[in-house]
Design a protein around this ligand. Structure first.
Ligand code: 5RP
Length: 239
C-alpha cells in the first residue's frame, strides 16, 4: 500500500512539543486522507476502539455522505458512530470491508501489534480478519523493537480464569487479572506481563490453543497492512 507522499507535514506538527493527543489526531486525519479518495458510495468501513480511533470517527463524520456506513469493533465505537449519524452494520450483513482503521498499544517494524488495552481485542481481531486493508494509526510512543513492554491482553471465558492463568505461567508469563472489567462479550481479561514475545506468531498460536482463551491481543498472524505513525516531524507511513 503506498501513499502519494511518504510524509505529511503540517505547520502545527513542525512546532516542537506536540502532545500525544495531537499526534493521535494527526494520524487519524492521515487515515481519513488516505481512505477518502478510495471510498465508494456503498463502502462500509471497519472502525476500531480507543482514543486514536475516536479521533478517526470524528473525522469520518465530516465525510459521512460519501460512504454507506461502518462496522464497529466495540459497543463504545458503535455508540460514537451513531451519535455522528453514521449507520452501524452487523459484520454478518456486510459483504465487503475494504478498510479497517484502528489504534494499537504497541507495534514493531513488521506491523505486528499488541492490542486490547481497551479490552476490545476480540471484535477488533474479527473485523481486522475480514478487512482487505488494515490501517493502524498510532503515535510514535507505540513503536518498539520487540513487542512486550505493554502487558499482553487475553480475553478469557470467566470459568476458565484460573486454568488459563496456570497455563500462562507454564508458558513463562505472569498473568494479572484485570479487576472489574467485563468485555462486550461478557468475558474477563488477563494481562500477561514479562512474556518473551520475540516470536509473536508462535506465542499468538500457543495462547490460542489454551482452552478457555477466546482471543489474545497479538496481531501477528494478521498484522496491519499500513502503519500511520505520528511523530514530531510528521506522519510517517510504513511500509
Ligand atoms: C483497544 C485497543 C486500542 O487500539 C489500543 O488500546 C490503543 O488505544 P489508544 O488509541 O487509546 O491509545 O486495542 O482494545
Amino acid at each position: 500500500v503506498l501513499l502519494a507522499e511518504d510524509t505529511f507535514l503540517s505547520a502545527m506538527q513542525q512546532e516542537a512539543g506536540m502532545t500525544q493527543d495531537e499526534l493521535k489526531q494527526a494520524v487519524a486525519k492521515a487515515a481519513l486522507d488516505y481512505i477518502a479518495p478510495r471510498l465508494e458510495r456503498n463502502s462500509v468501513i471497519g472502525v476500531g476502539t480507543g482514543s486514536t480511533a475516536n479521533y478517526f470517527i470524528d473525522y469520518l463524520a465530516g465525510i459521512r455522505n460519501d460512504f454507506d456506513g461502518a462496522v464497529a469493533s466495540s459497543d463504545a465505537t458503535a455508540e460514537r458512530l451513531k451519535k455522528h449519524g453514521i449507520p452501524v452494520y452487523d459484520l454478518n450483513a456486510v459483504a465487503d470491508l475494504e478498510f479497517y482503521v484502528d489504534g494499537a498499544d504497541e507495534t514493531n517494524d513488521r506491523l505486528e501489534l499488541i492490542k486490547g488495552g481497551g479490552g476490545a481485542l476480540t471484535r477488533e481481531k474479527i473485523v481486522a480478519a475480514v478487512a482487505k486493508t488494515f490501517i493502524c494509526i498510532a503515535d510514535d510512543s507505540k513503536k518498539v523493537d520487540i513487542l512486550g513492554d505493554f502487558p499482553l491482553p487475553v480475553e478469557v471465558i470467566p470459568m476458565a480464569r484460573s486454568h488459563v492463568g496456570r497455563q500462562i505461567v507454564q508458558l513463562g508469563g505472569d498473568p494479572v487479572y484485570r479487576e472489574g472489567v467485563t468485555t462486550d462479550n461478557g468475558n474477563i481479561i488477563i494481562d500477561i506481563h514479562n512474556m518473551d514475545l520475540s516470536r509473536p506468531i508462535v506465542v499468538e498460536e500457543r495462547l490460542n490453543q489454551i482452552v478457555g482463551v477466546v482471543t489474545n491481543g497479538l496481531f501477528a498472524r494478521r498484522p496491519a497492512d499500513l502503519l500511520l505513525l505520528g511523530t514530531k516531524d510528521g506522519v510517517r507511513s510504513i511500509p
